[in-house]
Ligand binder design. Structure first.
Ligand code: RP5
Length: 171
């Protein structure tokens, strides 16, 4: 595998079904990512070491997913000047709102770019990174344009399908 450009971190392996969305997006654009489980509170030294060494190991951005009192994004951002994009995960009875607030309300000075709770957020984290890289990569920008065009075409198709269904309706 070629050198990873993106680190995808998560607080637990239980976060992977959500964070896999980010990995899927990056892979579909040909961007290499490494996936690592590390926790800000269960293994803080390992987490700090990962973040501190990330830039010299060739990573360009870190995507973080964590649930509950989610501080993984903030801790990682504190230990590296690489951009950190975070995904709050629905892991408790508060259904991700706890992780959202913990992640999005970073005090001024150490930014964490926070996406939506759950799978949509993980998918958008991947697309956000694609857009970052595409700003200096015309080939990737073209692929991102094509992705959007396909999405628009799919909406038209859905509308047509619905029209056909409605036409069959008997009142
Ligand atoms: C957080 O606690 C993790 O990011 C996960 O979302 C949540 C639950 O972790 P497990 O108890 O499933 O390991 O730190």
């Amino acid at each position: 595998m070629s050198q990873a450009r993106v680190g995808i971190l998560m607080g637990s392996d239980s976060d992977f079904p959500v964070m896999e969305e980010a990995l899927n997006v990056l892979e579909s654009f040909g961007i290499t990512a490494e996936v690592v489980v590390t926790s800000a509170h269960r293994c803080p030294a390992r987490t700090s070491e990962y973040a501190r060494s990330a830039r010299e190991r060739g990573l360009e951005v870190i995507i973080v997913g964590a649930g509950a009192a989610a501080h993984l994004g903030g801790v990682v951002a504190a230990e590296t000047t690489l951009p950190v994009v975070a995904v709050p995960i629905d892991a408790t009875s508060l259904r991700g709102v706890d992780a959202l607030y913990a992640t999005v309300m970073m005090p001024g000075g150490i930014p964490v770019a926070c996406m939506a709770i759950g799978k949509a957020g993980a998918k958008n984290a991947g697309l956000f990174v694609v857009a970052m890289f595409a700003s200096k990569d015309p080939e990737l920008a073209k692929l991102l344009d094509e992705y959007r065009q396909k999405m628009a075409a799919a909406v038209e198709e859905k509308s047509l399908r619905l029209q056909r269904k409605l036409a069959e309706r008997t009142v």
